[in-house]
Design a protein around this ligand. Structure first.
Ligand code: PLP
Length: 387
């Protein structure tokens, strides 16, 4: 079907932050499959784990215990401070589980028409419920009727949130700790804490969608850890198994006990292959302390871009955290993706005007410098041509 408009290139192999096309031409990957390939391409340990697991057993069923899944859950719990996990296969599916938890939480409190607070410019997925939660009219267009039970407020707007305090149907607030698709929007300090306080007062669940931010990308294991808070529910996917499809919904407290046999499930969710890949990823993240590396390399990139581009006419903002960066221009700039491709560099433009970089954490310092130089040159030239 025509729901994608692929760029005129395809890749057949890779290593680290490099991808090779059919002719053997190398591309520097500053997008990592949209925040998926955290450890780059063909990482030896992930590769070996997948091969070994494939030779044992790929899939059994959640009808039986899956020790690898339980081990992966324990790791995620240890790093996040949450208590229980349910696995699926994607970010949207993880968020579906979170939304279902919020509905169960509501019904336990005898709220029959529950409402979840979500943010403008958010992105939570493409299934009907997650699309309805998503704060993008463009993404929702044509798919009416949407799933009811969501109210949108502006990101970073504490007043808009507290204005909802007298509503008794609010059962959860769902938020990306840094908005990804919405344009790498980093919350102002205190915003996530204000959501935590609001949820405590309202007996509502704080759900953080870490599908794009999770697994060390932003300089912490999870982006909510930049503030002194603990959510009730957290969702993960993308980088969790470096490209093997997996999603996870974690919960603590009452929320962790809501699902009972029969209330949720997924055929593939957390199968031995995906769980083994996830464990291999976590082993590497732990051993190499890649959250620190993400913070350091991200700082390098941010400083590089600020040096090269700050003050340039047409550059609105340069922002990000760790290896999640955005350069907002004053003009629509989707064509920069093609221009970068011509220079053998993979980047993305989101929200129309924001150059988005989500590089693998294993990028070398020299590669980071190359990204900074190439992107800065491309943006400068692009803006010159516009003026
Ligand atoms: N949540 C966030 C924050 C995302 O960035 C995405 C995908 O970009 C999703 C959810 C949906 O994930 P998936 O495409 O795996 O369903």
């Amino acid at each position: 079907m025509s729901n994608y408009a692929p760029l005129p290139v395809s890749f057949v192999s890779g290593h680290g932050a490099t991808l090779l096309d059919e002719k053997g031409v190398e591309y520097l990957d500053a997008l990592g499959g949209i925040a998926v390939c955290l450890l780059g391409h063909a990482h030896p340990e992930v590769q070996a784990a997948i091969a070994d697991q494939a030779a044992r057993v790929i899939h059994t069923s959640n009808l039986y215990h899956i020790p690898l899944q339980e081990k992966l859950a324990d790791k995620l719990i240890a790093h996040s401070g949450l208590e229980k996990v349910v696995f699926g296969n994607s970010g949207a599916e993880a968020n579906e589980a979170a939304i279902k938890l919020a509905r169960l939480h509501a019904h336990h409190r005898s709220i029959s028409a529950p409402v979840i607070v979500v943010m403008n410019n958010s992105f939570h997925g493409r299934t009907m419920a997650t699309l309805s939660a998503t704060g993008s009219v463009k993404a929702q267009k044509g798919f009416d009727p949407l799933v009811p039970g969501f109210v949108h407020i502006p990101y970073n707007d504490i007043e808009a949130l507290t204005n909802l305090a007298n509503r008794h149907d609010i059962v959860a607030v769902m938020v990306e700790p840094i908005q990804g698709e919405g344009g790498i929007n980093v919350p102002t300090p205190g915003f996530l804490k204000a959501i935590r306080d609001f949820c405590d007062q309202q007996q509502a669940l704080m759900i953080v969608d870490e599908v794009q931010t999770g697994m060390c990308r932003t300089g912490k294991w999870f982006a909510f850890q930049h503030e002194d808070i603990l959510p009730d529910v957290m969702t993960l996917a993308k980088a969790l198994a470096n490209g093997v499809p997996i999603g996870a919904c974690l919960a603590r407290g009452d929320a962790a006990g809501l699902f009972q046999p029969g209330s949720h499930g997924s055929t593939f969710g957390g199968n031995p292959l995906a769980a083994r890949a996830g464990l291999a990823v976590i082993d590497v993240l732990e051993r190499e302390q890649l959250e620190q590396r993400a913070a350091e390399l991200g700082e390098m990139m941010l400083n590089g871009f600020r040096q090269n581009l700050s003050g340039l006419e047409g550059v609105a903002d340069i922002r990000g955290r760790g290896m999640m960066l955005g350069i907002e221009l004053e003009h629509e700039c989707a064509e920069l993706v093609n221009l970068a491709l011509d220079h053998h560099l993979l980047i993305n433009v989101t929200a129309g005007k924001v150059v988005r970089l989500l590089p693998p954490l294993v990028m070398t310092a020299a590669e980071v410098e190359t990204v900074v130089t190439r992107v800065s040159e491309l943006v400068t030239k692009f803006l010159q041509d516009k003026s």
